[in-house]
Design a protein around this ligand. Structure first.
Ligand code: NAD
Ligand code: TYD
Length: 373
């Protein structure tokens, strides 16, 4: 008879040796997850599939290039023959699916790409993985982790309770609607075919490698450039912020210990109004820039705050209840909002060479269009 310690070791072996396909691994959360997985699973085979859209950046993975356990493939998750080939050739047993069009403002200007990638692309991956799983006789340890957002639940009033896993879906933007569609597909593949899918819905992330079109990296960079800090509408919208490494840790736990067919909400329990968040960032930047010997063009940074036209259909409040993942899987975020934001600002202060090349002419044109600046 195998004793429990041996069983535990066997499970650990299976887990350590996963052959994982990470889609969208050159983007913000995906690349943080690739580094996290590589650090925590050095025996694992890691294959990244990324189309390298404007949001994908090979610099995010530079330190992994040339490593034997790592392979990068440029390609579209909607390319069925490429996916079929990769799953077979690399003997993939786990997919961590991050690839997506992810920016709400872009989804308002042009929703087409959101349907192509988030809905059709996710369907293509699920269908290819299902055939692969069937061809291997439905191995028990296969996993399809579908990484999603709290935005599928819609918008909360100030006194509403936070989103739980049973909150009805009510997406309000083309982005959240396309993510909701992909969540439903991942759920249906479990219920219909018993494909081992798990869905996670997470709140707003922030941290290193965050493309400067989202609130926090945009504010950090604009403070360093002395440009306006555009706050939409009255600045009273509330988001629930989570440091990206805490998200990656939660996802790792879900892959290893999550129950297939389940959904887990992940959030930082850090609800803040946008205007208050921007003021915290300003204060931290004023203090840290001195420490880094950086001379800010405008100081105090708060002088740069500029209220701009609101986003159409702007969701008022998101808040996540993560009791399920905390009690069932024992996950807890390590960073507080203050410590996470400090780390993030330090990263942007230290990585001008990462963000400077992103400020292309095309990006600046887009930026002006969105902000009417
Ligand atoms: P991101 O925009 O930074 O990165 C997306 C990546 O996907 C990019 O590298 C891009 O090149 C790639 N990609 C886009 N279309 C592709 C396609 N057709 N084929 C292959 N690759 C393609 O996004 P992110 O912020 O890192 O978000 C990752 C995932 O997490 C998304 O699914 C998003 O919905 C979800 N999510 C994000 C947040 C957040 O705060 N950023 C919060 C919760 C959930
Ligand atoms: P964002 O980072 O785009 O994430 P999401 O829309 O997915 O929550 O925006 C976070 C919040 O900040 C959201 O309420 C919109 C607001 N916002 C601004 O006020 N100014 C900005 O320049 C941006 C990008 C966002």
């Amino acid at each position: 008879m195998i004793n429990p310690i041996e069983v535990n070791n066997i499970n650990q072996n299976i887990h350590q040796n996963r052959r994982i396909l990470i889609t969208g691994g050159a983007g913000f959360i995906g690349s943080n997850f690739v580094h996290h997985w590589d650090n925590t699973h050095p025996q694992s085979r890691i294959v990244v599939l990324d189309a390298l859209t404007y949001a994908g950046n090979l610099q995010n993975l530079a330190s992994l290039q040339g490593k034997e356990n790592f392979r990068f493939v440029k390609g579209d998750i909607g390319d069925r023959s490429l996916i079929d080939q990769l799953l077979t050739e690399e003997k993939i047993d786990t997919i961590a699916h991050f690839a997506a069009e992810s920016h709400v403002d872009r989804s308002i200007l042009g929703p087409d790409a959101f349907i192509h990638t988030n809905v059709v692309g996710t369907f293509t991956l699920l269908e290819s993985f299902r055939q692969h799983w069937l061809s291997q006789d439905k191995p028990e340890n296969y996993r399809f982790l579908h990484v999603s957002t709290d935005e599928v639940y819609g918008s909360l009033e100030l006194d509403d309770p936070a989103f739980t896993e049973t909150t009805p879906y009510a997406p309000n933007s083309p982005y959240s609607a396309s993510k909701a569609g992909s969540d439903h597909l991942a759920r249906a593949y479990y219920h219909t075919y018993k494909l081992p899918t798990i869905i996670t819905n997470c709140s707003n992330n922030y941290g290193p490698y965050h493309f400067p079109e989202k609130l926090i990296p945009l504010m950090c960079i604009n403070m360093l450039l002395g440009k306006p800090l555009p706050v939409y509408g009255d600045g009273q919208n509330i988001r629930d912020w989570l440091y990206v490494e805490d998200h990656c840790q939660a996802l790792e736990l879900v892959i290893h210990q999550g129950k297939t067919g389940e959904t887990y909400n992940i959030g930082g329990n850090n609800e803040v109004k946008n205007i208050d968040l921007v003021k915290i960032l300003c204060q931290l930047m004023d203090d840290l820039a001195d420490e880094f010997g950086e001379k800010l063009p405008v100081k105090p940074c708060e002088e740069l705050i500029t209220f701009v036209k609101d986003r159409p259909g702007h969701d008022r409040r998101y808040a996540i209840n993560s009791t399920k993942i905390q009690t069932e899987l024992g996950w807890k975020p390590k960073q507080t909002l203050q410590s996470g934001l400090k780390k993030t600002i330090e990263w942007y202060l230290n990585h001008r060479d990462w963000w400077q090349p992103l400020l292309s002419e095309e990006y600046l044109k887009y930026y002006q269009k969105v902000y009417n600046l």
